[in-house]
Ligand binder design. Structure first.
Ligand SMILES: Nc1ncnc2c1ncn2[C@@H]1O[C@H](COP(=O)(O)OP(=O)(O)OP(=O)(O)O)[C@@H](O)[C@H]1O
Length: 583
């Protein structure tokens, strides 16, 4: 098994600090971006999972180090005068024989795991303690750790008989309008060891515990496989562990799996199995999701009465002491209370029909581009939310383009005033809104010269500046009978892109850089690269080293020569489009 199947390897001389700084610390900042993260220690019993996660006073492990840094980070970012107010809470639970037990309140019994309408996983009734310092954390954590179920096995005198899950939540509230709110969750998990009962000598209760441990780890493996294969059903619900981690494992979060191995010969099979699981987990593509909500009036400019803005008084009363702000003083209460806010990623049913229509066209567009996965409106909620967020971003982009268009029109009008003789040559299409404008071929030129909007200024300053030229291809294509998206794409194919060699070389280099340095997620931002192709490219790169030219893509077998041509065209157009789209 090649080491490139893993992100890092820590040997017997590696210290706790090496592991923490090398692999865990870098993900903490994502919590402040409202994203979820998880760190799991996985491996056979007695291999050192608890040592890695918890450590000892002399060699503190991942948990104390991460808490120390996270609290420091939140103190800095949430300081007075900074845009966001931050608060941190902790919960600590164990999953023992498929029961969810609150280690901070053992009397509460088996708790249920629920999913809210935004796809967030939560456990009603789970104790959440506000913490502002490491001393606060220790005060709750140390006694709770003693509540954890451990028992002797032949391999480990204090073997963890449960999965211990420490949940740290970072809540953020924007101090000024638009008063956004974010929540990032960090799961730090010491999994129970995968067990070979011949060696552990388990009998009776130990054997029963072992069955539950092994079956939930087996489901964890199935979840990883389903995520890797992009299966429509990921069996999160088949175990409490995976159900709990549904919004924080792979796919939508930053996940780190630490595979603890015991290198002795007698553990050979355990080692192979742990490494194979870790290698499969590495394949899971992460598309971290920011859990951010906005206020109603920001999204829908509908006037609300004062009563509506303040919200029902019970909404505020309903907030328990656990939800009270901690640490930094309460930010000035925004016009709407927290209960009056709702996610920008609201339910489809309550959406503006125009937005829904755009969503549907986006869905069609994604479908026509061969985007991986099921169509938008039947994907799981979280996926849907991500795409709805994209729609919002597209709206902003449209606004930006409209603004550019106005600037262009103003320029044209100014030109007309300066030289009225040129008025006759000015095609009326130039004054139409960008989205509706079609490229027409002016007869005397026999080709349409399309100048990227933002380049106009540069060109005026430098007459030799690069321009893109679109020239009609000689062969004709029938565009009738195609739907709007298809005909747009086909129309694009009817034009040959002639671009200055300098810009072409620049575009190719950018694509090459992306192929060599981009993660699978980055690669998906390229035109005509979906999840599967991105994975293949990353895999090829890991096996064969960097791409020497864009044409190497043919060797990866992700596209044919012809497809490569259109891939280049679409992406170079896209790059040019960053300076103004020649549509
Ligand atoms: N890198 C290490 N350095 C020093 N001691 C270690 C190291 N790794 C493990 N140990 C020791 O080995 C013993 C077993 O380790 P640990 O309890 O962490 O295993 P585990 O994988 O959590 O086991 P289980 O799955 O049974 O809970 C402990 O006494 C621990 O202190």
């Amino acid at each position: 098994m090649g080491w490139n199947r893993f992100d890092a390897f820590y040997g017997e001389r590696s210290s706790q600090q090496d592991i923490y700084a090398g692999s865990v610390q870098p993900i903490l900042r994502h919590l402040l971006e409202g994203q979820n993260a998880s760190v799991l220690a996985y491996g056979p019993t007695g291999a050192g999972k608890t040592h890695t996660m918890l450590g000892s006073p002399e060699q503190p492990g991942v948990i104390p180090r991460a808490l120390m840094d996270l609290l420091q980070l939140t103190r800095e970012e949430g300081a007075e005068g900074r845009p966001w107010a931050l608060s941190v809470t902790m919960s600590y639970l164990e999953i023992y024989q498929e029961k969810v037990l609150d280690l901070l309140n053992p009397a509460s019994g088996d708790l249920v795991i629920r999913e809210d309408c935004r796809g967030n996983i939560l456990i009603p009734g789970l104790t959440q303690k506000p913490i502002t310092s490491f001393a606060d954390f220790e005060q709750h954590f140390l006694p709770a750790s003693r509540n954890r179920t451990v028992g002797p096995t032949r391999l480990n005198q204090r073997s963890s008989r449960s999965h211990a899950v420490l949940l740290v939540k970072v809540d953020q509230r924007e101090r000024l309008a638009p008063f956004r709110q974010r929540e990032g969750k960090l799961y730090l998990i010491d999994l129970a060891g995968s067990e070979d009962n011949k060696r552990t000598g388990n009998k009776g209760l130990r054997l029963k515990e072992s069955g539950a441990i092994n079956s939930s780890l087996f489901v964890l493996g199935k979840v990883v496989d389903a995520l890797n294969q992009g299966l429509p059903r990921v069996p999160y619900r088949d175990s409490k562990l995976t159900r709990l981690l549904q919004d924080s494992l792979g796919g939508s979060a930053h996940s780190i799996l630490i595979a603890n191995i015991a290198p002795e010969r007698c553990f050979y099979l355990d080692t192979v199995s742990a490494l194979s699981f870790a290698a499969r987990s590495k394949e899971v593509i992460n598309r971290p999701f920011t859990n951010e909500s906005l206020q109603l009036h920001v999204l829908a400019p509908v006037k609300l009465s004062q009563k509506e803005l303040v919200g029902p008084p019970e909404a505020k009363r309903a907030r328990g002491p656990e939800e009270e702000r901690i640490g930094n003083p309460e930010p000035p209460e925004p016009p709407a209370s927290a209960s009056q806010t709702f996610s920008s990623l609201q339910k489809l049913s309550s959406m503006d029909p125009a937005v829904l229509e755009r969503l549907l066209s986006l869905d069609r567009l994604l479908g026509s581009r061969g985007t991986q996965g099921t169509p938008l409106l039947s994907t799981p909620k979280r996926e849907r939310m991500v795409l709805m967020k994209t729609v919002e971003e597209k709206d902003l982009e449209i606004e930006r383009l409209k603004l550019k268009q106005k600037e262009l029109e103003a320029k044209v009008r100014a030109q007309e005033t300066v030289d009225p003789r040129e008025k006759e040559n000015c095609s009326p299409t130039m004054l139409r809104p960008l989205a509706r404008r079609t490229v027409t071929v002016a007869k005397p030129l026999k080709k349409a010269v399309v100048i990227p909007l933002q380049l106009i200024k540069e060109q005026a300053e430098s007459p030799n500046a690069n321009i893109h030229i679109l020239k009609k291809k000689s062969r004709k294509r029938k565009l009738e009978g195609l739907d709007a998206t298809e005909s747009k794409e086909k129309a694009e194919d009817c034009w040959d892109l002639q671009i200055s060699p300098e810009l072409l070389a620049h575009g190719r280099q950018k694509i090459l850089d992306m192929l060599n340095e981009g993660s699978a997620r980055d690669l998906r931002s390229l035109q005509r690269i979906g999840q599967k192709k991105a994975q293949l490219i990353v895999g090829w790169r890991e096996l064969h080293g960097p791409f020497s030219q864009v044409e190497d893509l043919e060797r990866v077998k992700v596209m044919s020569g012809k497809q490569l041509e259109s891939f280049l065209k679409a992406n170079i157009l896209g790059l040019a489009g960053q300076y103004g789209s020649p549509s």
